[in-house]
Ligand binder design. Sequence first.
Ligand SMILES: Cc1cc2nc3c(=O)[nH]c(=O)nc-3n(C[C@H](O)[C@H](O)[C@H](O)COP(=O)(O)O)c2cc1C
Length: 402
Amino acid sequence: MPSFSTLAFSFALLAYQCQAARPFLNEPDTGITTFLGTDTPAEASGALMPLDDIIAIPDFEFAARAYMSSANYSYYRTGAAGEFSMPAFTILIPFIVGYKILIGFQAYRSNLETYNKVKLRPRVLRDITGVPYTLNTTILGYNFSAPFFISPAAKAGKANAVAEPSLFATLSINEIAAAKAAGQVTFQQIYVRSKLSSVQTDFDEAEAAGSKAIVWSVDNAWGPTRSRSARWTHSENDYDYLPSTWELYETLKNMTSLPIIPKGIQTVEDALLAVEHGAPAIFISNHGGRQLDTSQSTMEIIMEIYNNAPQVFNQTEVLADCGVRYGTDVLKLLAMGVKAVGMGRPFMYSNIYGADGVARLIDMMKDEIIADAGNLGIANVSEISPAALNLNALQPLIYTMS
Ligand SMILES: Cc1cc2nc3c(=O)[nH]c(=O)nc-3n(C[C@H](O)[C@H](O)[C@H](O)COP(=O)(O)O)c2cc1C
């Protein structure tokens, strides 16, 4: 007769296998395949779906997969290492002492799926008629029309949203400056290259081009393993960088008058160090799951900071990105104290339609945030708090600092 704990363990294993069999949906079914009368668009067919048929933000990825060459789509879509493996999930058997099985996999998928584990707590009978006028926010004192922005993306390209061009964008810092809309605020993303003199050149160009801040990506200590893009012999960027350390952060601060925001903070310890080093803002990101597979999703990192050092959200401005595809994802991060939320791939996919696609994405995300906040009973988006969330499903996964 198997013992109770053996039975419980077998049950847990079965539950694990059932969940593992659940297919990962790259874009959830929002009816697009039925509407178009096609299952999945033939990859790299070159066909461009009419922009008017794009109804939901994930539709842009559906459209991009058909339109782009497989090599280019793979570069955008790739995650690090085992991105085909299981989604993040948890099996918890709290009733068996000592049998707490926590399994979390896969940074790319986990970024997308962890938001679903946070449940919303709608309040009713509240006057939310003014909610459309409450999307405005500030980052580092600059005004923006919405609490989301375009994350930096290498090899990529309106509406008063902050854009953070990558150092490895297809266009140079100066070309991007020339293409800016009047009054558009941009922050310049940089990697610290192998010589300080090159960094100085990047800083000087960013300042001259009118960038308002430097976003220093610090989550790429080593070149990543990216099978999907490597398959297409896509060359990764040059990873010949100076060692990134907090001492280097101090040096960089003396090389520019612009504020420097470290991008890629993923632990409460590093968030605290950033505050100690006077970072005016920190950018929580795991690089869209492209650097270190099985690293924590953004929602988990934000909760780790909130649980262990909530003061961080008052001591510096917290920005965050990764896996944000819905208005509810944005609201969940804002509720935890995040000031503004970035999107990477959705903007890159929408850019296959040029400025019209990007503008449509911005409008769709604004509309979603307004509708979701209204249905959540939030009268003012900037005043959303953790009380809007039920975090119980994620809480057991969150790291506690000793
Ligand atoms: C194709 C691609 C290129 C990227 N290049 C950069 C880069 O040069 N610098 C950087 O800091 N982050 C880069 N990122 C990461 C994004 O800034 C952002 O953190 C990530 O895409 C957010 O996740 P999401 O795509 O799920 O929204 C890149 C992401 C993609 C998809």
